[in-house]
Design a protein around this ligand. Structure first.
Ligand SMILES: Nc1ncnc2c1ncn2[C@@H]1O[C@H](COP(=O)(O)OP(=O)(O)OP(=O)(O)O)[C@@H](O)[C@H]1O
Ligand SMILES: [Mg+2]
Length: 282
């Protein structure tokens, strides 16, 4: 419950300081205290003492080089993104943690607008991202930016897929994506009575997604949910479009994962080339 506890311990000044860090994240990995101070409209001394407090709470990481700078931790970025969703009236209550993986933490939540839903906090390459310093036109790609991009990519893919068998997506802020709660179980947890039908639904869905120019890139029994009504595909941060030069390889790998699973688990044999031909058919 760390995110919720931290959220509760925030106050106006702390939010303003986090606004300042967020604003300059694209230009600095460690945002200079002077800039935070200006943006937050608080004097440097005050900002420094609050940054120290936030660092004790593991919300930010401070670093002194030629200047004192500050950046978000995963918890800090998540709490701040939650705050932005609340501020926009998108979510009213955060509930239980539903799952935690290396690339995300997922919570149940409630929104007056959308009812029961799910909030997914992304965390790409944390904390080992420090090894992957890569120069791009706007500077260093650091944890926060990579993570925000991952959330944005998932949000954009889900929007493109509206109406297909994916969660409806409601909002994106920072590293958080707010989406519909799907009341279903991961494919690998269930013993299907009609595996042929389910496999067909998955292939049809992959084709429908492909027609909208989305290739999942991590399709597997872990990212497919099933219930008596049908199948749902989740988890799109790494999805690509046909603009990607290796899209054919990724599509093939997705299909291969699914076919392998159904062969091993249910003994269903399907020719991968036929399936791919069907998916790519105009
Ligand atoms: N919209 C949703 N409705 C219901 N459950 C969901 C939803 N989104 C995610 N989940 C649950 O949370 C788990 C993790 O979500 P997701 O697959 O999107 O993240 P992940 O990046 O795979 O995390 P990991 O790092 O564990 O791989 C899912 O396996 C599923 O159980
Ligand atoms: Mg997953």
């Amino acid at each position: 419950m760390e995110i919720i506890d931290r959220y509760k311990s925030m106050n106006k000044h702390k939010w303003r300081i986090m606004d300042g860090i967020f604003y300059y994240l694209w230009d600095y990995e460690f945002v200079p205290i002077e800039l935070i101070s200006k943006k937050a409209n608080l004097n440097v001394g005050k900002v420094e003492s609050i940054l120290r407090e936030l660092s004790d709470e593991k919300m930010v990481e401070n670093k002194t080089t030629e200047y004192l700078g500050s950046t978000f931790t995963f918890i800090g970025l998540s709490v701040y993104s939650l705050h932005r969703l609340v501020r926009r009236g998108k979510i009213d209550m955060i509930g239980k943690k539903m799952g935690e993986g290396k690339e995300s933490v997922v919570y149940n939540c409630y929104s007056e607008k959308y009812g029961e839903c799910v909030i997914k906090f992304h965390r790409v390459g944390y904390p080992s991202f420090k090894k992957v310093k890569e120069k791009r036109d706007y500077g260093t790609l650091h944890f926060s930016i990579l993570t925000i991009r991952s959330a944005r990519n998932e949000y954009n893919a889900l929007r493109k897929l509206t109406g297909l068998a994916v969660p409806k997506v409601y909002a994106w802020e920072g590293n958080a994506v707010l989406m519909e709660l799907i009341d279903a179980k991961e494919l690998f947890r269930v013993r299907l009575e009609n595996p042929e039908d389910v496999l067909e639904m998955i292939i049809d869905e992959t084709r429908a997604m492909f027609l909208r120019d989305v290739i999942h890139c991590d399709l597997s029994q872990y990212n497919i949910l099933v219930n008596p009504e049908g199948v749902w595909i989740i988890d799109f941060p790494q999805s690509i479009t046909k603009e990607h030069e290796n899209w054919e390889w990724f599509l093939r790998r997705d299909v291969e994962n699914v076919l392998n699973y159904f062969r091993k688990t249910y003994g269903i044999e399907k020719d991968i080339n036929e399936v791919i031909k069907y998916i790519r058919k105009e």
